[in-house]
Design a protein around this ligand. Structure first.
Ligand SMILES: [Zn+2]
Length: 312
């Protein structure tokens, strides 16, 4: 055999081998119809393996001296914290105890109750707070200096009506008598005393006479405005109002509050003292204001928005 023929033979052999190798897959499909499990994935390289999860560090243990305090704050009003903390601190000797006390529901009953309401903020006394001056001392001193004669009375109260520190006022400057004695808050008594000095001047200038008395209707009366039980409480319900029925003089006859003929000295006097009352009281009502005030001058200290006055 020549080398060429050998080469040809080898080439045929290789070609045949290649054909056989290429034909091999063509024979396998029947075998592939049987489902085979997917080949196992290659092992993951070590450098791609997820690191082992790290343990999250716990917060440091709470010191025992702080265990009770901040907890008490969470459930108690700030006022209570100081009294609560000392109670818990000795009990919670160890940190573990403190944690248990915090977590255990049994600790809940220890939630402090709100402090008892002081008696001066309850009931009728609380209602009185809105009408009473915090301290009458300065007012009483002024009232004395104005020449008033008065005595302190026991607190008055009836439902919403109240006068925490009423005075029984019997006379004002220059011995002007109050007939009958007036039950008034110090503020109302002071306003009356100051206004009466103006009435005295008006009496001297108009009648050349001295004012000797004020004839009063109600002062402290627990009732609605104009005796209407459904109306807002009158200032009479707080000893902050005075009804002046008339004026007594040293020489001349008394003068009742009424609509006097215009142009008379009496009318001039009544108009003048009524107008001056607006400088001392917040409400001034009288003849002509409405039917309820046809025969007296109602004076009171009702507070209104923006210091508004009702002066009619
Ligand atoms: Zn009145």
């Amino acid at each position: 055999m020549s080398p060429l023929s050998l080469a040809r033979l080898l080439g045929v052999g290789i070609g045949l081998a290649l054909v056989q190798a290429g034909a091999e897959p063509a024979k396998s499909p029947p075998a592939a119809t049987v489902p085979l499990p997917p080949p196992a994935p290659p092992a993951r390289p070590n450098d791609l393996v997820a690191p082992a999860p790290q343990v999250t560090p716990l917060p440091p243990e709470r010191p025992p001296e702080l265990a009770g305090g901040s907890d008490a704050k969470a459930v108690a009003p700030p006022k209570e914290a100081p009294s609560e903390a000392p109670k818990q601190a000795p009990k919670d000797a160890s940190d573990q105890n403190a944690k248990e006390a915090k977590d255990a529901p049994a600790a809940q009953p220890e939630t402090p109750l709100p402090p008892a309401r002081p008696p001066e903020l309850s009931g009728e006394a609380a209602l009185a707070l809105k009408v009473s001056a915090p301290d009458d001392t300065a007012c009483l001193r002024r009232l004395e200096r104005l020449g008033a004669r008065f005595e302190a009375m026991a607190a008055l109260g009836n439902g919403q009506c109240s006068a925490p520190r009423p005075l029984s006022v019997t006379a004002l400057a220059d011995g002007v008598a109050l007939e009958p004695a007036a039950t008034l808050s110090c503020r109302a008594a002071e306003a009356l005393a100051r206004w009466t000095t103006e009435v005295q001047v008006a009496a001297r200038e108009t009648f050349d006479d001295g004012l000797k008395s004020l004839n009063l209707g109600g002062t402290y009366v627990c009732r609605g405005q104009n005796h209407d039980t459904d109306a807002k409480l009158s200032e009479h319900s707080f000893a902050n109002a005075i009804d002046v029925m008339g004026y007594g003089f040293a020489k001349r006859a008394g003068l009742k509050v009424t609509a006097s003929p215009a142009g008379s000295p009496e009318a001039a006097f009544l108009d003048r003292v009524r107008a001056s009352a607006c400088g001392f009281f917040r409400t001034v009502l009288g003849p002509g204001s409405d039917a309820a005030h046809g025969n007296h001058l109602h004076l009171d200290l009702r507070e209104r928005n923006a210091g508004h006055r009702l002066c009619q």
